[in-house]
Design a binder for this molecule. Structure first.
Ligand code: AMP
Length: 508
């Protein structure tokens, strides 16, 4: 295939703003590319080089040679030249690179020159194009895009996955396997307001499992080698020796497990999230931290056991493999039920024990790596409090001219004053912003500031939030997590607001 074909397609994709049209342009080209050049074409059109880096800076691309009049350069030729540029090293390599670059740009037309400059400077690389490219590959290879995505989560490099799809369709995509030691994007959860709603969504019996407020971990073991990765695929093996030991103590030695680590108190209740996350993040003094803040691990899924990949099996079968490979103490507590009442009771009990809520899981779905699959539905208690607005900050950007960020306080009944618990600007519609700005200016008191307006504490607002955490930032020593406005309560007086002790009772 000629480079000019790619340059033209790239221009057509950029010119058409409709997603379907972009997909069509790309699929048309990908349908024509030969097997030897597919990886190169997919890489270039995604704005990447198969060589990744070739050691050429911006400055080398300024003075380009005269372009050719007729386009003859093939993808294979361009790729070979880029290989040669990359392989230059040692004394004289700068000059050699410059000569090869001149050769490269002298071999192509003006339109190709401009395409290559954008490719080499990274200008073609746009994240938004990834989804379009996946769809285009699926269309050209006549495979479901879910198959391309699945292989991509396992292989991590679209050109290799795409070339396989074009070459061998679904059959070849299915040949991508989990590799022990290479992390897979973890499956994510959707959410529902209650266990009853979650069970209804799944329809039929489902697992209801404790939801821990810890740090997601993916543990890989091959022989005596263990690696542990976070949700963002960072390697934290050295920070979690307890987990490494627990995995090494298992009889199975070819494993990939998904779970959560958290710090528990001696009485078995979970520590606040910051304690766990601080411990996991610390890279120094791990052995002494291990004594003061020991970590526990609970696994809830198995992606590989005994050398067999389980990703495509129904969740119930993966769970059987998990229970068979692990002692009960390492498996997240759960029940399987179709009864809303039983599920709600299990949820209430999990929350009473200090956990974040539950995750309701369908027994039928495969492991949806990297996606918010419909198979996992999280349910957390929705806490609400009626708090008093103590001050507000002027908004910026789109919210300029509106008083936006609210300072929220709970009542201290002993002194009749209000204790600040946090701020929020979430959940406010334009209508509410307009209304509250008017009200706040009427209630303004104290020193005027061009940033914060202090208010007479009169207005009560109903706030939803995910939990209460310890905080040294506010005078009460605690702060709300993920606070957002539900509605104003003009029917309530400030003296009727929730009290500091009610909030303290929600501390984990
Ligand atoms: P969220 O971060 O609120 O979207 O909730 C999803 C996260 O909950 C996952 O990424 C896990 O870190 C965590 N989690 C805790 N317990 C479980 C569980 N039993 N099953 C799945 N995820 C869990």
């Amino acid at each position: 295939m000629l480079l000019i074909d790619l340059a033209r397609t790239s221009a057509a994709v950029a010119a058409d703003s409709a997603r379907l049209a972009k997909i069509r342009h790309l699929a048309e080209l990908l349908g024509r590319v030969g097997p030897d050049e597919a990886e190169i074409a997919i890489a270039y059109l995604s704005g990447e080089l198969p060589q990744r880096q070739i050691g050429v800076g911006f400055r080398s691309l300024r003075d380009l040679p005269e372009p050719r009049q007729v386009a003859t350069a093939t993808l294979t030729q361009i790729d070979a030249l880029l290989d040669r540029i990359k392989s230059q090293s040692g004394a004289g390599s700068q000059a050699a690179r410059r000569d090869l670059l001149a050769e490269l740009f002298g071999a192509v037309t003006r339109q190709e020159q401009s395409f290559l400059v954008r490719l080499l400077t990274g200008e073609l690389r746009q994240g938004a194009l990834d989804g379009v490219m996946i769809e285009a590959l699926a269309k050209a290879a006549e495979v479901p895009s879910a198959e391309v995505r699945r292989a991509l989560t396992l292989r991590g490099w679209l050109p290799a996955v795409g070339a396989a799809a074009l070459r061998g369709g679904v059959g070849e995509l299915r040949d991508f396997h989990l590799e022990v030691g290479r992390p897979v994007a973890p499956m994510l959860a959707q959410s529902a307001p209650s266990v009853t709603a979650a069970l209804e969504k799944i329809g039929g019996p489902a697992a209801v499992e404790w939801k821990f407020d810890g740090v997601r971990v993916q543990a890989h073991r091959k022989g005596e080698d263990v690696s542990v990765f976070t949700r963002t695929l960072d390697d934290i093996t050295a920070q979690v020796p307890e987990l490494v030991e627990a995995v090494l103590a298992l009889p199975e030695n070819d494993l990939v497990l998904d779970g959560e680590v958290l710090a528990l108190r001696p009485d078995g209740r979970p520590e606040p999230f910051q304690v766990t996350s601080g411990r996991v993040a610390s890279k120094t003094d791990v052995s002494s931290l291990r004594a003061s803040v020991p970590l526990s691990v609970f696994f809830f899924d198995a992606l590989r056991v005994g050398g067999a990949d389980l990703l495509d099996l129904p969740a119930a079968e993966r769970h059987v493999a998990l229970r068979t490979a692990l002692p009960a103490g390492l498996v997240a507590p759960r029940i399987v039920t179709a009864e809303p009442e039983e599920g709600e009771e299990f949820f209430a009990d999990a929350v009473r024990r200090g956990h974040e809520g539950v995750v309701v899981k369908s027994p039928l779905t495969p492991y949806a790596a990297g996606r918010r699959g419909a198979g996992w539905i999280k349910v957390k208690p929705r806490h609400t409090l009626d708090l008093v607005v103590l001050a507000a900050e002027w908004g910026s950007g789109r919210r300029r001219g509106w008083l936006s960020n609210l300072h929220l306080g709970a009542l201290d009944p002993e002194t009749g004053t209000f204790v600040m618990l946090g701020k929020t600007f979430k959940g406010l519609t334009d209508e509410l912003l307009t209304w509250q700005t008017e009200q706040f200016l009427r209630l303004a008191q104290g020193p005027a500031d061009d940033w914060v307006v202090h208010l007479k504490p009169e207005l009560v607002v109903e706030i939803a939030f995910d939990g209460v955490q310890r905080s040294s930032r506010y005078p009460g020593g605690m702060a709300l997590r993920f606070a957002r406005v539900l509605r104003y309560r003009p029917d309530k007086r400030a003296e009727e607001a929730d009290t500091v002790s009610a909030v303290r009772a929600l501390m984990p």
